[in-house]
Design a protein around this ligand. Structure first.
Ligand code: KMH
Ligand code: ZN
Length: 277
């Protein structure tokens, strides 16, 4: 398949609604954003949710309502974040899988995260991976640094392929504490991805100002794209992002220019081994 999977990551756990009023924090805002992003060309939504005070939460009831609401309103692949915020305990992060998503993120190691630490112990990674296998959830392996790809190799060698048999990786580049958001770093990752099981796919996102170089590098290296207000709140120098749709529309434009038009959600399901709906 030569098209581009475009993931929208609309909310995240780090940005505040007061600083970015367009950040979708209610279920109504999230479903409206999801519908518009799907119409523009997104095929996957990477979901973090907020509580009534717009603070990050992993509340089980809200997670279930969110999965149900997004499935009813859109055809997007619903990928819940098992990363949560840096403050979430492991038990709550594992319980995300109980909300019944088609996909969930699964980070391949601990990384400094600005002034905080995003903790992902080996035993916790194994737990997430094996629970997803048992429950028929397709993981997206989140990679914040080059060595985490080697951790993924070790995980697959010791604990087997994910549900569906297809390996998909997301390079999250430019986090302060992780790998830089540069074409050189993306190519270095791509070289290691070649040692993963045949057919492994990758997407990439650049945090903050690295969004454009990472997007262009990923398209030219055969990768897919993730964009959204989880990752950047600046559209251009001195210009704030107006909406997630603005970021998806730009990614769609670049994908089309690269002659790799957006894949539909059903094409993305086929590629990733996510069961058809
Ligand atoms: N919010 C970050 C600490 C994920 O969603 O899996 C972790 C994160 C990764 O966003
Ligand atoms: Zn996330």
């Amino acid at each position: 398949m030569t098209g581009t999977m475009i993931t929208v990551a609309p909310t995240g756990a780090e940005s505040k609604k007061v600083d970015a009023p367009a950040l979708p924090v209610t279920l109504a805002e999230l479903t409206a954003t999801a519908k518009e992003c799907e119409a523009l060309g997104a095929s996957i939504i990477h979901v973090h949710i907020r509580d009534d005070d717009a603070q990050p939460t992993l509340d089980q009831g809200r997670l279930r309502d969110t999965v149900a609401g997004l499935r009813e309103a859109t055809g997007l692949i619903v990928q819940l974040s098992s990363g949560g915020s840096v403050h979430d305990p492991e038990a709550d992060r594992l319980a995300v899988l109980d909300a019944g998503p088609e996909m969930a993120s699964c980070t391949m190691g601990t990384v400094n995260f600005g002034d905080d630490v995003f903790l992902n112990r080996w035993e916790f990674i194994v737990d997430l991976h094996t629970r997803m296998q048992e429950r028929g959830i397709v993981p997206e392996y989140e990679i914040f640094d080059l060595g985490q790809l080697t951790t993924l190799q070790r995980l697959l060698a010791r604990h087997g392929l994910p549900f569906g048999g297809h390996v998909h990786v997301d390079l999250v580049m430019g986090v302060p504490g992780g790998m830089p958001g540069t074409a050189a770093a993306l190519v270095a990752c791509e070289q290691v991805i070649r040692d993963l099981p045949e057919g492994t796919t990758f997407s990439a996102t650049g945090i903050g100002r690295s969004t454009l170089p990472v997007m262009l590098a990923s398209l030219s290296a055969g990768g897919h794209l993730r964009v959204g207000m989880e990752d950047t709140l600046t559209y251009a120098k001195g210009r704030a992002v107006e909406s997630n749709m603005q970021l998806v529309a730009r990614a769609v434009g670049f994908a089309q220019l690269a002659q790799r038009p957006p894949l539909t959600p059903s094409q993305a399901r086929e590629l990733l081994g996510v069961p058809a709906r």
